[in-house]
Design a protein around this ligand. Sequence first.
Ligand SMILES: [Zn+2]
Length: 172
Amino acid sequence: MASLISTLARIAFGPPPELVCRSNVWHAGVAELRRRTRGEREAGAFLLGRQGKWRVIEEFVFYDDVDPLSLATGIVVIDGRRLGALWAHCRATGLKVVADVHVHPGGYGQSKSDQANPIIAEVGHIAVILPDFAGRATDPGAIGVHQYLGNKRWRDRSRERRNPFHVGWWPR
Ligand SMILES: [Zn+2]
């Protein structure tokens, strides 16, 4: 209820979010990521959805489903040659990669490698990072929300009061 009230207040008074995910889609995807970490390695997913006035996440495509070896070293490494199936899926469904998410063992700040290797090198793209193997905080305000500015530069928007990422109901 508190979250619905804050959503309504934001609709009335605040700027709209840039990235939205319904609560059931987000929490099911996050639970699956937590399972795939086995509490000992990073895991992640492409977040597929649609771009309208804001981006809406509709589907998680897990990195280890795209590339079975992507989690083998403990940090996420995706073999680019495996991405053909993902692009085919996007063409077939009309969805695009609207954001990405991965899990860290500790904090939600970006590593040097995260900054140097954006999953989608598109200005405005949002990379979400879940701390503590997704075992604790999983909602905006307590997770990493990093926006790509181009040229390997990022803006950390994790702690913004009007978070650019909204989990929950939002009017279309
Ligand atoms: Zn990372």
